[in-house]
Design a protein around this ligand. Structure first.
Ligand SMILES: Nc1nc2c(ncn2[C@@H]2O[C@H](COP(=O)(O)OP(=O)(O)OP(=O)(O)O)[C@@H](O)[C@H]2O)c(=O)[nH]1
Ligand SMILES: [Mg+2]
Length: 457
């Protein structure tokens, strides 16, 4: 059971703006409205559902604000409860005053995400759709927005529900056969089930495979700039950003800490991370910086390796090449406005890549760099409109666990185990997939998910 008391919150940003919206949800919504709202026409009691009313908010016979009120009666509302929305003037003070008045008259301040939580608990949307609501609000680029909108409309739920229905059919068959062995034969059922399970696993694997792109869509491409000191990493960062964000000097070891900024690249965005130049150093602070650079490299989606073409390649470059070997990476030959000591061919001798010649300082070759990144990351995403992407780490984890359980089913079949073993692991897979929709998820976990929402949503 969950609380059904009446909740209220400011649903718009709490800074000064044209208008603000205060939302009330719960059985007392209309009673509270009646106490604080004087409509220009009619009575709150007689308001029809889904209608808008003009009037005044009154406290102690004093007019507080002129407002528009939207009344929505259960169950066709966001929360499936009685909902009132008050559009008032957008001053932070006036909005807060009206909210306080609502609270004084019997509502409780809503927790972050509580309206959406009620929509979920009252069965209007499943958990993956509730999570999509937050993703829509947080979407930083066009693709992320599209993916979240289609998740809200239930595309992931649909696939998961279909998979679960099929698995449940297999479980039901096994259970029925175990109950009634005389009439239902399980002869060769292992083979049949094996085929079913292979199909389920293929479908789940396909979904899991989308999660790398999904992460990039929702969080951006984690792009780490690596290179030895003075190579021009910070200069590149500034050129990409179009502003002097990172400190640039001719002193090797200028950047000590990582620095992260975001830029838009067509429909996606890059999270660019400038790092401390990699070299062997005795300086305590720089040492920590270098360690951090290496750690960043490990979790990068893309590494941009900046080579200083005006000085000889050395041990430090060799060490950096080791870091980028198994990674998506781009090699830049920087400072090509100066006399080049290192050539493209020198680089190709030590790493199997075609370097891009640039000058971070003179803004040369930057367009080519951007085009190359787009080619690397967009090729798989051209059809993003029709494809489903797993963008949520919680969903991915459940898919991986479901896949593990299905593997166990196959193992049991291979080892000629008794059929109840099949159904136990099938059931685990079924339940794991259910977590994505929010079924049987512990209250703590549900609370944790909604706690990340913003106020008033
Ligand atoms: N001529 C020329 N100089 C450049 C270019 N890019 C960077 N520099 C110069 O190289 C020096 C080092 O540049 P930074 O961007 O600070 O290099 P870094 O790789 O961030 O260095 P650390 O932070 O010490 O690791 C500065 O004096 C820059 O002005 C370039 O394309 N051409
Ligand atoms: Mg730097």
């Amino acid at each position: 059971m969950f609380k059904t008391d009446t909740i209220a919150a400011i649903s718009t940003a709490t800074s000064n703006s044209g208008i603000s919206i205060i939302r009330i949800s719960g059985t007392d919504s209309f009673n509270i409205l009646e106490k604080i709202f004087m409509p220009k026409k009619g009575n709150v009691k007689d308001f029809k559902t889904h209608t808008v009313h003009y009037g005044e908010i009154i406290s102690d016979n004093k007019k507080i604000d002129e407002v528009l009120v939207i009344v929505m009666k259960a169950p066709n509302t966001y929360t499936k409860e009685d909902v009132v929305e008050i559009d008032c003037h957008g001053g932070a003070l006036i909005t807060r005053k009206i909210l306080d008045l609502i609270l004084k008259n019997g509502a409780r301040t809503a927790d972050p995400g509580e309206f959406t939580k009620r929509a979920f608990l009252n069965g209007r949307i499943d958990l993956s759709q509730a999570e999509a609501v937050m993703d829509i609000i947080n979407a930083k680029n066009e693709i992320a927005l599209n993916t979240s909108v289609s998740q809200l409309s239930g595309n992931i739920s649909k696939i998961i529900k279909e998979l679960r229905a099929k698995i449940l059919e297999n479980i039901a068959f096994i259970e029925a056969a175990l109950d009634d062995p005389e009439h239902i034969s399980m002869e060769n059922y292992g083979e049949t089930l094996n085929e079913y399970v292979n199909n389920y696993m293929d479908e789940i694997k396909k979904l899991i495979d989308t999660s790398d792109d999904g992460k990039i869509i929702s969080e951006g491409i984690k792009t780490v700039i690596l290179g030895k000191p003075n190579a021009g990493k910070s200069s590149l960062m500034n050129t990409l950003l179009g502003e002097d964000r990172a400190i640039v000097t001719d002193i090797a070891g200028t950047t000590r800490d990582t620095l992260e900024e975001s830029i838009k690249l067509s429909d996606l965005h890059l999270n660019i991370i400038d790092t401390a130049g990699i070299r062997n150093t005795e300086d305590t602070v720089e040492k920590i910086g270098v360690k951090k650079s290496k750690e960043m490299a490990k979790s990068a989606d893309l590494i941009i390796y900046v080579v200083d073409s005006s000085v000889e390649l050395d041990e430090n470059d060799k060490e950096i090449i080791k870091l980028i070997e198994d990674k998506k990476s781009i090699v830049l030959l920087n400072k090509t406005d100066l006399e080049c000591i290192v050539t493209k061919d020198d680089i190709k001798e030590i790493i199997d890549k075609e370097p891009i010649e640039i000058s971070a300082k003179e803004n040369i070759g930057i367009i080519k760099l951007k085009e190359t990144i787009k080619e690397m990351f967009y090729s798989g995403m051209l059809n993003y409109n029709d494809e489903i992407y797993i963008t949520n780490a919680r969903h991915k984890e459940s898919l991986i666990n479901a896949l593990e359980s299905l593997k166990l089913v196959k193992e049991s079949i291979d080892n000629n185990m008794s059929e109840d073993f099949f159904s136990i692991d099938l059931m685990n897979a079924y339940e794991e997939l259910g977590f994505i929709l929010g079924e049987q998820l512990s209250d703590d976990l549900v609370d944790e998910i909604f706690a990340k929402f913003c106020m008033g949503k």
